[in-house]
Write a protein that binds this ligand. Structure first.
Ligand code: PGA
Length: 240
């Protein structure tokens, strides 16, 4: 697993955007996964700017939803799929027909990924407890798309999005760690001092389901892109 450090959040977002653009130039019909949360917001703005400038087009791309809260009524303001749509997909002119979500079932979404030829590029954020998507501590490394109970740390951190912990649904759907690790390429984006401790654990701690993001150290096609605030003044390198 490669580890790359960038001077600040803006440079980090530009570097991840470069990777997305290169992926689409190489394969316009790429199957992509993007996270929600605060970490990717600068990436979305960067990609919108590049699309507007004509540097990249997403017309033939496919988007698979990483995770979503369960049992939301249509139009619920907390939908993560709607969040991705608002912050990114609608801004690059994508239609919902290019987006595959958990509407039918987790198994259905797994089959859809197979029929699309597999995931090409997965961008992930890092949860405060080391989760990827809603793969909470204890998630098996081979897990598939499924419903899960959200961990207390996730409920606490997601409260910042919706106003209070009471507003955060207790159950979610997520692509599994096994699903994600079959992708041709994965980039974990990590930003900010609040992630420094958990990032250090992910890089140096025991590789085990208690810290789900350590699964990335078991596969060669995964990379961590971090800013200095998250990484400290470490130089880029390879870790496994
Ligand atoms: P954040 O969330 O980008 O808002 O920090 C990441 C996550 O919980 O997966």
């Amino acid at each position: 697993m490669k580890f790359k450090v960038f001077a600040d959040y803006k440079t980090l977002c530009a570097a991840v955007a470069d990777e997305v653009v290169q992926q689409l130039h190489a394969k316009p019909g790429s199957v992509l996964v993007f996270p929600t949360g605060n970490t990717p917001l600068g990436l979305f703005s960067e990609l919108v700017a590049r699309e507007t400038a004509g540097e990249v087009e997403f017309r033939r791309a496919h988007f698979v939803i990483l995770d979503e809260y369960a049992d939301l009524a249509p139009g619920d303001r907390r939908s993560l799929t709607d969040w991705l749509d608002r912050e990114f997909l609608s801004r690059i002119g994508m239609s919902r027909s290019q987006v595959y979500d958990f509407e039918h079932s987790a198994d259905h979404l797994e089959r859809k990924i197979v029929s699309l030829g597999g995931l090409d590029l997965v961008i992930l954020g890092l949860g405060p407890n080391g989760h990827l998507g809603f793969n909470e501590p204890g998630s098996p490394f081979g897990s598939r798309a499924r419903s899960v109970s959200l961990a207390p740390a996730t409920i606490a951190s997601n409260a910042a999005y919706w106003g209070s912990e009471e507003q955060v649904p207790r159950v979610g759907h997520t692509l599994g760690l096994g699903t994600l690790c079959e992708a041709r390429r994965l980039i974990l984006m990590v930003s900010g001092q609040s992630k420094r401790n958990i990032l250090n654990q992910v890089r140096t701690g025991e590789i085990a389901p208690d810290l789900p993001a350590t699964v990335l150290r078991t596969i060669s096609q995964a990379e961590i892109f971090a800013d200095e605030q998250a990484a400290g003044r470490q130089i880029s390198g390879t870790a496994n």
